[in-house]
Design a protein around this ligand. Sequence first.
Ligand code: HEC
Length: 123
Amino acid sequence: MSNRQHFARRRCGIGIIAIIAVIALFGAASAFALDISLPPDTAAYRSSDLPGYQLVQQNCVLCHSAHYPQMQPGTSPRGYWEATVKKMKKPFGAQFADEEIPAMVDYLVKTYGAERPAAAALR
Ligand code: HEC
């Protein structure tokens, strides 16, 4: 066998080993597939005597928890909450009557927004 042929054989052998190694690695990776479990999205709306509290419990928990309202800046004014609630209806598709909007907005701004007692104390 010439030196050149010998070299070509060895390279081919290394190639096969590399392919087998890659297949083995993929096999190992799928055996260690990540199992990610997120905490349940169950944040509840803060209880209140305001009539909007009952309404948000009826109308706002179908798609997501109270986590989104909780995450909004505490300085958010009434107009922001009104726009947000309207957005949930259109385009997002929430099913509630337009007449229910003012009470929900009132509850939201006084519980999570600029009109909450804590926000008033900061002024
Ligand atoms: C039909 C499903 C649905 C209902 C019902 C619903 N939402 Fe949402 N809400 C969404 C979607 C979709 C988003 C956007 C999520 C995103 O951007 O990842 C969202 C986001 C939000 C946010 C985050 C701010 C923002 O502008 O995106 C707030 C606050 C919020 N919703 C409040 C409410 C309140 C209050 C109600 C009840 C009046 C409500 N949602 C009802 C679907 C809904």
